[in-house]
Every structure is written in C-alpha cells, then in structure tokens.
Ligand binder design. Structure first.
Ligand SMILES: [Zn+2]
Length: 119
C-alpha cells in the first residue's frame, strides 16, 4: 500500500490508491474520507504529480509571506464558497482506529494563516 499526500486536505500519508470490483482505480483519503474515482488513466497524471507540488507549495508557504497569503486566501475563498452552498462533513480521525504510526498527518495552516483566529 502506497500512502500519498491527500490532494484535497493535504494530509501526509493519508491517500491510498484502491481498485474497485471491476479493477478501476480510485483514491480514498483516510483523514478527510474523500473518494475520487478516475474515469481514465489521464486523470492519474495528477495523482502522480500533485502530492509533490503540494509539498513544495507547503514548504514555500513557510518562508514566503506573500505566497502564504495567496495560498491561505485561495483556500479561504473556496471554503467560503463550499460552505455557502453545502454543509461539509466533519473529520473524524478518532473513529478511524489507526495506530499513531499509521495515522495520517493533517495539514495545519498554522497561527500565521488567514484562517487562524490568532492575529
Ligand atoms: Zn484528505
């Protein structure tokens, strides 16, 4: 089993590639529980590249305030849009029954992020 960074919640070691009964690939995140079905192998390109790009962006976010503002702002805008139109289910990591070494590592915007309550 290869665990990847989730392209949706950015949790490390959380996304697993699985195959349905007909052998079609899909991605499932152990933290945010997103399931993403690939209708063609073209879609697997993003699966291969996105975790690396996300990791690079998270590293860049740590040292470049302007990039962090953009990064957090894009997330905040999208969360606002989604929550204005639907209620997202909560993350329930405590119900997953995983040992600490198997547990996904949630992405944390940190205290300097736009979404933080701390100035
Ligand atoms: Zn996820």
């Amino acid at each position: 089993m290869i665990l990847r960074t989730c392209t949706f919640c950015f949790a490390e070691r959380a996304a697993e590639i699985r195959f349905d009964k007909r052998g079609r690939p899909y991605l499932v995140c152990r933290l945010c529980h997103t399931r993403c079905f690939f209708r063609s192998l073209d879609a697997v390109r993003g699966l291969a590249i996105c975790p690396t790009l996300i990791a690079a962006a998270i590293e860049r976010r740590k040292t470049e305030p302007k990039f962090r503002d953009w990064f957090d702002g894009e997330i905040a805008k999208t969360i606002s849009f989604v929550t204005a139109n639907a209620v997202a289910p909560p993350t329930r990591v405590e119900h997953m029954g995983l040992s600490p070494e198997q547990s996904p590592i949630p992405f944390d915007l940190g205290v300097q992020g736009v979404l933080s309550n701390t100035p």
